[in-house]
Design a protein around this ligand. Sequence first.
Ligand code: CA
Length: 225
Amino acid sequence: MRVLLIEDDSAIAAGILDALRRSGFDAAHAATGAEGLAAVEAGTTEVVLLDLGLPDIDGVEVCRRIRATSTLPVIVVSARDDELDRVLALEMGADDYLVKPFGFRELAARIRAVMRRVTQEAAGDDASSARTLGALILDPRSRRVSLRGNAVHMTAKEFELLEYLTSDPGAVMRRGDILRDVWGTSWYGTTKTLDAHVAAIRKKLGDPAWIEAVRGIGFRFEALL
Ligand code: CA
């Protein structure tokens, strides 16, 4: 996945680029807004990480110009923890907003989350066609689940959770992301609800190994035969 970092502070840029590469991303760097826009135009970028405080063009304006010509995901990474900047950036079409300093795991998780959303949106009809995951078939269109040819009845929330977990088989999904994307909240009180739903799905699938708990992080779906 090719990530373009638009950041004028070379020390900050070096740290982020290094972390991205260690996380397996192919990372490129632009030190000014103009350079960044030129790199976006060149067309090899898949995600943009954008600093707002740039020397030539304000980051919010860079975001607006990217949005004018493409649907490329843009994650703002800014030292400005200002409500107005945040609102402006999101209004200009930024997909996410991260305030410096941030952890690199957090950054990698946000990039993956944005890419997942984009991939699902781009897939359009594909996203709603049946998914075969080992012995399990999940059909988002009819909201039906079958295991080795037998129908498995899921509640609406169980289905949504399973659909989310199977959107990236083998990947660890973080509790906070699951709660935000499936329940629309990251309120900690609902983590018990999440555990209860995972337990119910495991029981219905007859084997807890379908959904592995990753201690301190979240859950990983594993397609079984
Ligand atoms: Ca800056």
